[in-house]
Design a protein around this ligand. Sequence first.
Ligand code: FES
Length: 317
Amino acid sequence: MPTERQTLMVRRVSVEAVGVVSLDLVDPGGRALSPWSAGSHVDVLLPSGLVRSYSLCGDPVDSSTYRIAVLRAENGRGGSAELHLEATAGSRLDVSRPRNTFPLGVHPHYLFLAGGIGVTPLLSMVRNATRSGTPWTFVYGGRSRGNMAFLDELGALPGGRLEIVPQDEQGLPDLEAILRAAPQDTAVYCCGPSVMLDAVVAAGQVVRPELPIRLERFSNQAARHRDDDAAFEVTLARTGCTLAVTRGTSILEAVRTVLPNVSSSCEEGVCSACETAVLAGIPDHRDAVLTPKEQVANDYMMICVSRSRSPRLVLDL
Ligand code: FES
């Protein structure tokens, strides 16, 4: 969890779909909140101590409110269930400043592909596109209409084409057909379950390899420990110590033994809260945040999931 955080008040809780509530978070004193851009997320520190990341899905020009939407994950680790139970109007939550690891670039046309609760970062993006007068296509898939949040809000946005694809009515979206139909110079922004994101990338390679496709993942399969993981050492340059990172433990866990408040959130390599500068050594990047170019540069790494290709890493900690 970043050290810079603020206590915000839940102003309103709204049911957006089956199992999905949105929370409007405001400064208790009515002050303006830190600015944010479409695609940003915040980390929410729950009363139990769990930290969870949520995309901001409100309007980036509204400096009074951060809005997040929480899908209650039936088989999750408890964070979403806790928010559904505990977050009531008037309650307080510690929330990080917004960070953006999924920024919206400037393009002549946007294709937004949302799967389930992956609609959240794309909702703020499509508002931006509407405001800038940039044409857009928004394809939104979900299990059923009742499970799909923000249908009315999306339907009210002018300037683009919205395609709702409830799986129980129409099956899965035809990704190849959707990508094939995208105008030239379209940029694709996609958020949803990993299986959907992988399918979008595969379809793009087949039918439109030239289209830039930007993804935001909820979870990161590459983060799992592997059988051939090796032990290595990590030197914390500013702290002045060297730690052993054994097979089966993460750099983050090792660092916590000497820096218990080191920043972290998702611990799956998807949020960037633990991003750390690399001073020497070669990381084995396993995150879903850095671009391939950034991973090759080896200037930064996500210490919650990434490991080392060299016997020793030196980190700016
Ligand atoms: S804690 Fe989220 S990327 Fe490391």
